[in-house]
Design a protein. Structure first.
Length: 118
């Protein structure tokens, strides 16, 4: 009759997760930490190209880069930048938005995010 392991985890409903994402996105937009890029085209497949784009828009360390869909080239070029997180719009969560200092979003990532939040 010894102790038995038990999980105390609780599942959060989908509607609560989406409401948290909505409020986090709203808070980031109201604080002025949301930057929307017209397009994210890399001139060359180098980390310097991603860093130059982030420096041009004023995103410092701790930035979150939101893409419309997973892009292998952008991920490979940006993975060496310290503090940069790259997420597709389908995988974005409230924790990502709240821990990022600056959110840089590609314009083509807005429709998938709107479709997910509506």
């Amino acid at each position: 009759m010894g102790p038995r392991p038990r999980s105390y985890a609780q599942r959060l409903p989908k509607s609560a997760k989406l409401q948290g994402l909505r409020s986090a996105l709203s808070a980031v937009a109201m604080s002025g930490d949301l930057i929307v890029l017209e397009s994210l085209q890399l001139p060359e497949a180098k980390t310097k190209a991603v860093q130059a784009i982030l420096d041009a828009v004023g995103a410092g360390p701790g930035a979150l880069l939101v893409l419309a869909e997973p892009d292998e080239l952008v991920w490979r070029c940006g993975r060496n930048i310290p503090g940069l997180t790259i997420r597709p719009a389908a995988d974005l969560c409230a924790l990502d938005l709240l821990t990022a200092r600056t959110v840089v979003m590609a314009k083509d990532a807005i429709p998938p995010l709107e479709g997910r939040l509506s």
